[in-house]
Design a protein around this ligand. Structure first.
Ligand code: SF4
Length: 102
């Protein structure tokens, strides 16, 4: 389900424009992490990407601007369920992020 959803959006991925950027840098390389996250933070499908990586339990890389542990933490804090429809999880994330921006 999540994969089908992501494939439908993949042309919007901001990282397409950065083929040489490392989205799985070593955690000690703060500069490389920031470079990857800056692209993710401006990506129009950031939350879809993060949810896809979380739902499919991808263990490595920065997806949606977050590492594996960060994705799991966010899902736990927001009470997300892998059994829920992706639209429902997206709405939960978007509600949370818009409420924290005020
Ligand atoms: S959130 Fe980051 S890794 Fe995911 S599609 Fe967008 S730019 Fe690529």
């Amino acid at each position: 389900m999540a994969l089908d959803y992501m494939l439908g959006l993949s042309e919007q991925a901001a990282c397409i424009a950065y083929p040489d950027l490392d989205f799985d840098p070593p955690k000690r390389d703060k500069q490389a992490i920031k470079a990857a996250q800056d692209v993710c933070f401006s990506c129009p499908i950031r939350w879809e990407c993060l949810l896809y990586a979380w739902e499919t339990d991808i263990p490595n890389g920065i997806w949606g601007g977050a590492y594996f542990e960060q994705r799991n933490l966010m899902a736990t804090l927001l009470g997300l369920s892998r059994l829920a429809p992706i639209q429902e999880s997206l709405e939960t994330i978007k509600r949370f992020t818009s409420s924290t921006r005020k």
